[in-house]
Write a new protein. Structure first.
Length: 159
């Protein structure tokens, strides 16, 4: 049986990204992202609920941010793709801590305020390819070429 660990988020950066370099040259980027859900409660009043997500990236995406090719700043609205990863560690007080992170594979500013985004608003960064990517055309089969299911009798709507 196959499984899938995929996260897509649109939210706002809670701080400027932090990039650290290790002795072997590897870079790690960390930042927090806020997603906010607005809904009406049973009394009809608008409510907001904000979730905070810890984002982490390694390698080329972290390197790209460190090289200042992307000027992401606190408050920027971002599109993020990645996967959920949970881990635990022991802190300085010898207490075991649990953390859940989003390991970022793709990150794109929706704010339009960084220089590269203004030059090419359709560019994004794909960690798998290791370079900025152009969005791919979405292909969808035309409706007239789709074959109806055997159960469809033509008179009833299928919902």
């Amino acid at each position: 049986m196959a499984s899938l660990n995929k996260v897509i988020l649109i939210g706002n950066l809670g701080k400027d990204p932090e990039v650290i370099s290790f002795d072997n040259g590897t870079k790690k980027m960390t930042v927090s992202l806020a997603t906010t859900e607005r809904y009406r409660d049973r009394d009809g009043n608008w409510q907001e609920q904000t979730e905070w997500h810890n984002l982490v990236s390694w390698g080329m995406l972290a390197q790209d941010i460190a090289d200042k090719r992307r000027n992401y700043v606190k408050g920027d609205q971002m599109y993020v793709e990645g996967r959920i990863k949970s881990r635990q560690f022991v802190d300085n007080q010898n207490v075991t801590r649990h953390i859940t992170e989003i390991v970022v594979d793709k990150m794109m500013s929706l704010s339009g305020n960084n220089r590269q985004q203004q030059q090419n608003p359709n560019a994004s960064y794909n960690a798998y390819a290791g370079q900025p990517q152009q969005p791919q055309q979405q292909y969808q089969q035309p409706v007239e070429n789709q074959v109806p299911s055997q159960d469809y009798n033509g008179d009833d709507l299928p919902f």
